[in-house]
Design a protein around this ligand. Structure first.
Ligand code: ADP
Ligand code: MG
Length: 842
């Protein structure tokens, strides 16, 4: 019988078994008995992958349940049939034509590509993969894998290292080792606990080893004496003898070893996907389709960077030949992710800056007048940041700059000085804060800083005495609404600052809006309603956005859509390590205030355990007795969590009822509306309360100079950057301040190191770097940072690769900012896809 007939014989039998409902009655003694003899007679037929796959699927047939048998017989049949299917070219021929591949090339004898009706491409749906079961398709779908391409990008999450290849004599107990050996004996042994165990004795020229498998009785069939097998697993000691328990294994052939004998990939799986069969399937798909992937990187980039081509990288990340190849594959795929990010952010910037901007001629006289009336000297860092900002604004290109500065580093003054230049040039400035209460705080400090600085006025915005009566009346009404006396704005020469919040009455609001539209108001402070509502500016020259992480790309876009091309200054107190800045804020130039104004007191920070709470309460009581106030912060606790952490509500109940019944305790929690939160914050600031219990909501810059203690419960749950932000809530006045971190000491090392870092380090940037090192970027950002791109391969800590990607992105965009050239078409599509996924994930 030749190989074709052998395969047909197998197919017939399976078809019959299928017809009988897979009750294993087709062959006396069971299907497996037939398979064993068939295998011996099959000869060359075993060379074909579909045949091997069928045999693998049917192993252990007797112990499978009927639905599984039906599924597997179905696939096995389908895959055998694929060998006989007519090639598309000869489709017209009526008789089923045998198109068995001719003898495969010698190098890879066992895997000729089976001819299939629909050729598999990266765009094929998973259903088209030969041998895939419906259950597998569904399971993959749960993982978001729907097409062959998705599967190619479904990377292993780890690799078991079986690269060592040893003789039995060399095996070291405790190590994970791989051997090639022959089966010398195999016997099934009942276990006390029920079920059976398979004891296999294998040997090579150097010795023998016992191998055991638990509760897999069907394996007995496969470990027939004389079979050569590859085994990978941990060497244990049992009864004083070395043995391997439940190793990975496969019959030994000279073919590529899929499951053992190399770095074995472990892919993320869900229920319904057995590791072994998923790996076989992925191997098949990778072998067949990875070479079809078109590389989206332009050849010039590949050449400059020396990165691996895409097909190779995909193949190697799934089934690496060696550690080195795996590393190169990771580099290549990580580069892609960084590049997509960089292209995305840089392109936004290129497009933002392609517009005509307002060139603001620098007015040193005005700046000096401002400096003269400041009650302090600028820090060196503030001077540097302002130089950078002024230089940006002098160019006819909209500035896009991020001002990073630790809490209390004096960002407001920088914003005020920048706004002043813009106003002196005849434009308006807007400052947006994330909450109304912060807007109000900005408003008060900016009015104090700028109201007394005279700015040159053109005719339209002339000082009061040069105005006609109608204009004059209008201005006076605005000043009345803004609560400005003549003294406050130097009779119209000073900067006019308006606060635009929800608390203005309808009529006054209309007047203020008119004032903004006419240009009577120079500086507008508010929440992001400033750009989302029907606010029309006469000439918006600068938009300052405070606390960027609450402010998305979308809002920036909205500004642009309103037809303004203002300079943009984004301010954040979140200390972001430089590598991350490049990634997430790659579209912004960065100025850093890395110096605190002089004379800042250090906030004494202590880490205590939960049993020491009493001590902390006594401390708070002492401070309150001195007239001070305190914050108590509780982490958000999910009700389903079984943790011993008080929620803010519970803490409030305990503190107000039991611990401090005689003190005034208030509560802010996440379910309150912004208005309600603000009301409580204001009351606290006005010292109507002594203690404020809060969830993480008070994180952002509210100023309560009289508060001297902040106690943080469940401190291990917060990032260091966030703890540092909390700590910045105190120490804002003249009094010595304290930060108390509560978390138990039986924590892991990382927590211990983090708490100790908080005690010892007061520099927010250093803390952020430490946190990034200790916990990685995911934890660093927590869930707050939406829109943070999801990196599957790239490591944010890999600064070199990130910089390479940054440079390449710049080069690509310099020539082709919209990626319109044909050689960039694929790259653009991939980048868009990446960002769509990112936005969805965010
Ligand atoms: P943040 O950067 O956290 O927004 P602020 O702008 O609110 O900081 O400044 C914190 C405090 O420091 C304010 O009271 C401000 O007046 C003061 N300040 C700012 N710059 C200086 C300086 N150069 N010298 C002394 N005090 C300063
Ligand atoms: Mg601030």
């Amino acid at each position: 019988m030749d190989e074709k007939e052998q395969i047909i014989r197998l197919g017939r039998l399976l078809a019959e078994e299928e017809r009988r409902g897979c009750d294993n009655s087709t062959v006396a003694g069971g299907l497996e008995r037939f398979l064993t003899t068939w295998r011996m007679e099959a000869g060359d037929a075993l060379r074909y992958e579909p045949v091997q796959q069928a045999l693998e699927l049917l192993a252990g047939y007797a112990v499978l349940d009927q639905p599984t048998r039906r599924a597997r017989v179905g696939i096995a049949l389908e895959s055998l049939r694929s060998l006989f299917r007519a090639q598309p070219a000869s489709h017209s021929s009526a008789a089923p034509q045998v198109t068995m591949p001719t003898r495969a090339p010698a190098r890879r004898p066992s895997r000729p590509a089976p001819a299939s009706a629909r050729p598999l491409t990266p765009d094929s749906p998973l259903e088209d993969v030969p041998g895939i079961t419906r259950i597998m398709v569904q399971s993959f779908r749960r993982l978001g894998v729907r097409t062959v391409r998705d599967l190619l990008y479904h990377f292993p999450h780890r690799y078991d290292d079986f690269t060592s290849h040893r003789t039995i004599a060399e095996l070291q107990p405790g190590a994970v080792e791989t051997i090639v050996a022959e089966v010398l004996d195999a016997r099934t042994v009942p276990m006390k606990s029920g079920g059976t165990r398979l004891d296999v004795l294998v040997g090579d020229e150097t010795g023998t080893l016992k191998v055991v498998f638990f509760r897999q009785p069907w394996l007995a069939q496969r470990f027939t004496v004389g079979t050569k097998v590859v085994l990978s697993g941990k060497i244990g000691i049992y009864d004083g003898l070395r043995q391997m328990a439940s190793p990975e294994w496969q019959p030994f052939t000279d073919d590529d070893l899929i499951h053992v004998g190399r770095l074995v990939p472990v892919h993320p799986l869900t229920r319904g996907l057995v590791e072994r069969s998923a790996r076989t399937l992925i191997k098949h798909v990778v072998d067949r389709c990875a070479p079809m992937l078109e590389d989206h990187l332009p050849p010039a980039v590949l050449e400059r960077t020396g990165l691996m081509p895409l097909s190779q990288a995909i193949a190697q990340i799934h089934f690496p030949e060696s550690h080195e190849m795996l590393e190169r594959a990771r580099r290549r795929l990580g580069f892609d992710e960084f590049l997509f990010i960089q292209l995305g952010v840089l392109q936004r910037r290129v497009i933002w800056q392609a517009q005509q901007g307002y060139a603001i001629t620098r007015r040193d006289d005005v700046h000096e007048a401002f400096l003269r009336q400041l009650p302090f000297e600028l820090t060196g860092a503030q001077v540097r940041a302002l130089e950078e900002i002024f230089a940006d604004m002098e160019r006819p290109v909209p500035m896009a700059r991020l001002l990073q500065g630790d809490v209390g580093s004096g960002k407001t003054v920088v914003a005020a000085a920048a706004a002043l230049q813009v106003i002196a040039a005849g434009f308006q400035a807007a400052i947006m804060a994330p909450t109304e209460i912060l807007a109000e705080q900005h408003y008060r400090s900016l009015r104090a800083l700028l109201g007394k600085v005279p700015v040159p006025r053109d005719d339209r915005h002339a000082p009061m005495d040069d105005l006609d009566p109608e204009q004059r009346e209008r201005l006076e009404e605005i000043r009345r609404i803004l609560g400005m006396s003549g003294d406050d704005d130097l009779d119209g020469r000073g900067v006019r600052v308006a606060l635009l919040t929800g608390s203005l009455g309808a009529k006054e609001r209309r007047r203020v809006l008119e004032g903004i539209a006419r240009g009577d108001i120079d500086l507008i402070v508010g929440t992001h309603a400033l750009i989302s509502e029907g606010v029309q500016y006469a000439a918006l020259g600068l938009a300052v956005i405070d606390e960027q992480h609450r402010f998305g790309v979308e809002q920036r876009q909205r500004l642009k859509d309103k037809g303004y091309n203002p300079h943009m200054l984004v301010m954040t107190a979140t200390p972001i390590p430089r590598t991350l800045t490049l990634t997430i804020y790659g579209d912004l130039d960065v100025s850093v205030l890395d110096e605190l104004p002089p004379g800042r007191q250090e906030i004494k920070t202590r880490w205590i355990t939960t049993v020491e709470r009493e001590k902390a309460y006594r401390h708070i009581r002492r401070e309150v007795a001195k007239g001070r106030q305190a914050f108590v912060i509780c982490p958000l606790v999910d009700e389903s969590e079984k943790v011993d952490l008080p929620s803010a509500e519970e803490m409030y109940a305990t503190l107000s009822r039991d611990v401090f019944p005689d003190l005034r305790v208030a509560l802010i929690h996440g379910k309150m509306t912004p208005r309600e939160k603000d009301a409580v914050m204001i009351a606290f600031r006005n010292h109507e309360y002594d203690i404020l219990v809060a969830t993480a909501v008070i994180e952002v810059g509210i100023d309560v100079p009289n508060a001297t203690t902040i106690l943080i419960e469940g401190a291990e749950r917060f990032g260091l950057a966030q703890l540092h932000q909390f700590r910045g809530r105190v120490g804002r006045g003249i009094h010595q301040s304290y930060c108390i971190l509560v978390c138990d000491k039986d924590q892991n090392d990382v927590t211990r190191q983090r708490m100790e870092a908080m005690e010892q380090i007061s520099d927010g940037f250093r803390l952020a770097e430490i946190d990034l090192q200790l916990r990685g970027p995911g934890e660093f950002f927590g869930t707050r940072q939406s829109g943070t791109p999801d990196l599957k391969v790239a490591q944010l800590a890999d600064t070199r690769l990130l910089h390479t990607a940054y440079r390449e992105a710049q080069k690509i965009l310099a020539d082709d900012p919209h990626l319109e050239r044909p050689e960039h078409a694929l790259l653009r599509a991939k980048m868009d896809e990446f960002w769509v996924d990112t936005v969805q994930a965010g």
